[in-house]
Design a protein around this ligand. Structure first.
Ligand code: CA
Length: 229
């Protein structure tokens, strides 16, 4: 599963550079050009990490960061603040408003990658792993294999991606729209009930080998993956 990074930057040249480099590094990249757009995009699909420019049109990076922290879904999402200013006061203010780290422009892309990985590892340890285990279920995204205990399970590509997404975010409730964005991609038009069909298939495949259903239906909200340790 590719980590989803939301880049909030209004300087076109830098935005393009970041988009290109993060895509090349294997991230899924969302781009926002101002603070308001960042809030809308983060609400549509919760990013795994956010790169936030300090000076933005409409809503400053600091204010956007503050508002993201007030929302349940993005309360703990790592934020790296990007700024042209380097003085100590700004740095402190940025961290006060809930940024996790700070890069002063111009910065080196490899260093940004290193800090991004460090924050991702801390926030979602499973995100960068190829093999994830939750209870008796194990998924290997490199080998494209799923096991329930010792039994190998066969899943279609969509069910595989769904399970992968769930297992990397255990306990989190996802709406059908969020699952569509994360698993099918933003540019694909699929009806929301298609999600239900694939959830049904995934459940059926998992149930063959275990007694309890790890996918919980949350009424009028969506689905969550929960497994007893
Ligand atoms: Ca700016």
């Amino acid at each position: 599963m590719q980590p989803y990074v939301l880049v909030v930057e209004d300087e076109d040249a830098l935005a393009t550079l970041l988009e290109y480099n993060f895509q090349k590094e294997g991230y899924e990249v969302g781009m926002a050009g101002d603070g308001e757009e960042a809030l809308i995009m983060a609400a549509e699909r919760t990013p795994d990490i956010i790169l936030m420019d300090w000076m933005l049109p409409k809503l400053s990076g600091v204010e956007a960061c503050r508002r993201l922290r007030r929302r349940e879904e993005t309360r703990n999402t790592p934020v790296i603040m990007l700024t042209a200013r380097g003085d100590e006061t700004d740095r402190i203010t940025g961290l006060d408003y809930g940024a996790d780290d700070y890069m002063v422009k111009p910065f080196s892309i490899p260093e940004l990658f290193a800090r991004t990985r460090a924050l991702l590892r801390r926030a979602s340890p499973s995100l960068l792993e190829d093999v994830i285990r939750q209870g008796d279920i194990e998924i290997d995204t490199k080998a494209f294999r799923v096991k329930c205990g010792d039994t190998q399970i066969h899943l279609g590509p969509t069910e595989f991606r769904l399970l992968d997404h769930f297992m990397r975010h255990p306990g989190r409730v996802f709406s059908r729209e969020q699952l569509l964005d994360a698993v099918w991609g933003r540019d694909v038009y699929v009806e929301a009930r298609t999600v239900d069909v694939h959830i049904g298939r995934l459940r059926k495949a998992l149930k063959k080998n275990r007694t309890s259903d790890p996918i919980r239906t949350v009424r009028s909200a969506g689905y969550a993956f929960e497994i007893a340790a």
